[in-house]
Design a protein around this ligand. Sequence first.
Ligand SMILES: C[S@@+](CC[C@H](N)C(=O)[O-])C[C@H]1O[C@@H](n2cnc3c(N)ncnc32)[C@H](O)[C@@H]1O
Length: 394
Amino acid sequence: MDLDAFRWLLTDDGQRLLAAAGEELRSAGDDSLAVQTRLRRTADPTHVATALTQATLRVRARAKFADLADRMYFTSEGLEQATRLRVAEHRAARLVASSAHTLIDLGCGIGGDLVAASRAGLTCAGVDLDPVRVEVARANIDALGLAGAVEVADATTIDPSPFDVAFADPARRSARGRSFDVDDWTPPWSFVERLLTGDACVKVAPGIPHGLVPRTVEAEWVSDHGEVKEAALWSGRLATTVRRATVIAETGLATLTDEDAPPLGTGGVEVRPVGEYLYEPDGAVIRAGLVTAVAAGVGGGLVDEHIAYVTSDESFRTPFARGYRVLEELPYREKQLRAALRERNVGRLTIKKRGVDVVPEELRKRLTLRGAEEATIVLTRVAGSGVALLVQPF
Ligand SMILES: C[S@@+](CC[C@H](N)C(=O)[O-])C[C@H]1O[C@@H](n2cnc3c(N)ncnc32)[C@H](O)[C@@H]1O
């Protein structure tokens, strides 16, 4: 979508066609070809294409922006790169709690983070290199009745010092696709390092190596409904700990920091034999290196010093891990494992694994199970040897 097409969409005619496209899509389900044909009877094909694309993006955007999506605007790539509302709202709440009042978003895209920050009460300005995204972000601020200014500018030339906080979410795509190399980010890592010498928050890939995080900066890993979505680096007075794991679930939000994590070994959390319960820490906890905090929380230990499974003799409900009751240990070798599962009439098998070289889908196929029962097994390593545990989620 180019700038003219988007500007047309904001006119009265554009808004009418967009509303009609939305209505048609709601009643036609997936049959967008039929919708296109109907709309083309009364409107210009190019305008129909623009309106229909936008209406389709709004439907897709509900996964990230819930009800707000129906009033917002997107580009396909801008939506893909945008922070989901629940995660952006958590960030915005942290910023407000830090007593920040003003924020500059240096590379705001279509405004995912900008919208959340503005809704939380921060006075926001955003810049982006891409004129279409700037126009879209501005339209989003307007459409949601928020305050904020958005301009086309190169973030690397901007002095963030007049603002309480600078935020950046560098694009992690190069011409070759998604990039894990920080030198491919735009704006680049050198810009991020500079920002992190002041009061700033920078969203980064969850796979960021701990060694890259500057010493005085807090790194926070965030998961939403069990999936790790991002890491955020907090600097200056926004940094309140070294490492943090934040877990967002339907029931609310919970957070662990390195102060909750005892050392591994004497006087801290120990490696111990598998007990009655097994806990699989949330990905954010694992990425943050806070597995011993989960062990301490459930009165347990680790099954192996290098593996992120916690075991205990007590059952706890914790937002930071999925809990399983250990029913029995099965043979680890494939032939004997197949026999044991067949004996138990298992047909549907969930395979969890950690620290062992197994591809669950391939193993499941090779096991050729046909029974009526459903089961979960955990394949892992204990004291250097593979083990298979029959478990039941609780
Ligand atoms: C990952 S997106 C930001 C998404 C945004 N946080 C959201 O939730 O919608 C990164 C953005 O940075 C912009 N960008 C890259 N380099 C830039 C630069 N030097 N100056 C300004 N914007 C830049 C890209 O155009 C892109 O829109």
